[in-house]
Design a binder for this molecule. Structure first.
Ligand SMILES: Cc1cc2nc3c(=O)[nH]c(=O)nc-3n(C[C@H](O)[C@H](O)[C@H](O)COP(=O)(O)OP(=O)(O)OC[C@H]3O[C@@H](n4cnc5c(N)ncnc54)[C@H](O)[C@@H]3O)c2cc1C
Length: 373
C-alpha cells in the first residue's frame, strides 16, 4: 500500500540530514527540484556546532577557520571573538557532500531534478506528486526552504515576526586574508564578507527590496564591491553573478502538521546575521529524522514522536534566536560601545566574548541588552 515510509521534500541540509537519520530504518524518497552541486544564496558562515554536527555525520567539509565577527559602522568597529570559532564553507560543496552521504545510505532513494508539485495529507497517508511520479508514504518531512511551496499548498499556519528583508550573495577572489567575518553596517544595507577558502570570499548584501534593487547589474555590483573593498582594506574580484533571494526571516511555522514534520527553513528561519541557519537546518533535520526513526523501530508512537519533535524544534529555535539577538545587539549598540564582555544564557554562545573596540562611546547598554536574553 505504501511506496515509502517517508517522503522528504527538499534534499538540502535539513532534508538530507533527516534522511541520514532514517537510513536502514525506513524506506525514504528524497526529492529535490535541483540537481547537485548547485548554487545557493547564503553567507556561508557555519557555526562550530554545525561543523561538529557534520563531523558526527561523517562529513569532512573543507572549511576556513574563523574567529568571530568584526562589525563596522562608519568609523566605529567592534570585534566579537568566539573561542569556539566558526567556519567558512562553500554551499555548493557542502550541500552536495551532505546529499551524497544521504544517498549512499541504506533505504534512501534520491529523486533529483524532480519538483514536488502536489501534496495531499490524509489521516493514514501522504500522497506526493511530481511531474514524473506519484508516491504514497506514511509520513512527509517538509524541508523545501523558507519559501516552502509545500507548506503553502497545505496551508500550514505561518508567522512572519518582522518586516521581511532581501539578500544577494556572490563569490569573489581576493588576495587579502581575514580571520573574522566582516560585517559592514551601511545606511541602507548590511554587507557580510566571509572567507570560504584561501583566496576566496563570499560577499552577501542584506537590506530592503529597494536598497538591493540597484545591485541587479554586474557593473553596479562591481562598483559596490570596490567600495566594500576600500572599507575593509581589501581587493575583490567578482567571480559570478550575485544570486538573489527575497523575504528573509524571521519566519516560523508549526513544526508538526497532520502527518508532516517541518524542518530547517521550512519551519523556522533565523536572521542571516547570526550565521545559525545552516546549523538549525542540520539539527532540526536530524531531529525530525530521528523522531520518525523511533516510530519505525517500534520505540515510540507517532503521537509521542510528533510531540517530542515539536518540543525539541521549539527549544532549538529559541536557543538559536537568542544567539541572533546577541549579535544584533552588537550591531545596534555599536555606536555606544567602548568595551564589553558577555556570555549569553542560551548556552549556544556561552564563550562569546567581545573585545578590541575602536571608536569610543558609552559602556554598558549593550551588556544589559545581552544580559536580558
Ligand atoms: C542571503 C543569505 C545568507 C545566509 N547566510 C547564512 C550564513 O552565513 N550562515 C548560516 O548558517 N545560514 C545562512 N543563511 C541561512 C541558510 O542558508 C539556511 O538556513 C539553510 O540553507 C536552510 O537549509 P534548508 O535545508 O532548510 O533549506 P534550503 O537550503 O533552502 O533548501 C531547500 C531545498 O528544497 C528544494 N526545493 C524547494 N522547493 C522544492 C519543491 N517544490 N520540490 C522539491 N524540492 C524543492 C530546493 O531546491 C533546495 O535544495 C543565509 C540565508 C540567506 C538567504
Amino acid at each position: 500500500m505504501f511506496d515509502f515510509d517517508v517522503a522528504i521534500v527538499g534534499a538540502s541540509l535539513s532534508g538530507s540530514a533527516a534522511a541520514i537519520e532514517l537510513a536502514a530504518v525506513g524506506r525514504v524518497a528524497l526529492f529535490d527540484k535541483s540537481t547537485f552541486p548547485r548554487r545557493k544564496a547564503c553567507g556561508e558562515g557555519l557555526s562550530a556546532i554545525g561543523y561538529r554536527t557534520l563531523q558526527e555525520l561523517g562529513i569532512a567539509i573543507p572549511a576556513q577557520r574563523l574567529f568571530g565577527y568584526r562589525i563596522a559602522q562608519g568609523d566605529r568597529n567592534v570585534t566579537v571573538s568566539s573561542q569556539d570559532g566558526a567556519f567558512g564553507v562553500e554551499r555548493r560543496v557542502l550541500d552536495a557532500m551532505v546529499l551524497d552521504r544521504a544517498s549512499r545510505a541504506e533505504g534512501i532513494t534520491t529523486c533529483l531534478g524532480e519538483k514536488v508539485r502536489g501534496i495531499e495529507l490524509r489521516d493514514d497517508r501522504v500522497i506526493v506528486s511530481t511531474g514524473a511520479s506519484r508516491v504514497v508514504a506514511r509520513h512527509v518531512i517538509i524541508a523545501d526552504g523558507a519559501q516552502s511551496l509545500t507548506a503553502k499548498r497545505l496551508d500550514v499556519p505561518t508567522r512572519q515576526a518582522r518586516r521581511p528583508r532581501f539578500a544577494a550573495s556572490t563569490e569573489c577572489e581576493t588576495t587579502s586574508t581575514f580571520e573574522h567575518v566582516q560585517i559592514l553596517v551601511r545606511p541602507d544595507f548590511e554587507v557580510y564578507v566571509t572567507p570560504t577558502r584561501p583566496g576566496s570570499v563570499n560577499i552577501s548584501f542584506v537590506g530592503d527590496r529597494a536598497s538591493l534593487g540597484r545591485l541587479v547589474s554586474p557593473d553596479c555590483v562591481r562598483a559596490e564591491l570596490n567600495l566594500v573593498g576600500e572599507l575593509v582594506g581589501a581587493d575583490f574580484v567578482l567571480m559570478e553573478d550575485p544570486l538573489g533571494v527575497g523575504c528573509l526571516g524571521p519566519l516560523s511555522r508549526t513544526p508538526v502538521f497532520g502527518r508532516a514534520l517541518l524542518a530547517g527553513d521550512a519551519c523556522e528561519t533565523l536572521d542571516p546575521i547570526c550565521g545559525m541557519g545552516m546549523t538549525h537546518a542540520l539539527l532540526s533535520g536530524r531531529s525530525a529524522g530521528a523522531s520518525l526513526a523511533n516510530v519505525f523501530r517500534g520505540e515510540s508512537s507517532w503521537c509521542l514522536a510528533a510531540e517530542q519533535y515539536r518540543q525539541a524544534e521549539r527549544s532549538l529555535a529559541r536557543r538559536l534566536r537568542g544567539y541572533s539577538r546577541g549579535i544584533h545587539a552588537c550591531v545596534a549598540g555599536l555606536p555606544r560601545i567602548s568595551l564589553l564582555r558577555f556570555a549569553d544564557r542560551s548556552g549556544i554562545a556561552s564563550r562569546l566574548q567581545t573585545c578590541s573596540v575602536r571608536g569610543g562611546g558609552v559602556y554598558g547598554s549593550l551588556l544589559n541588552t545581552v544580559g536580558a536574553l
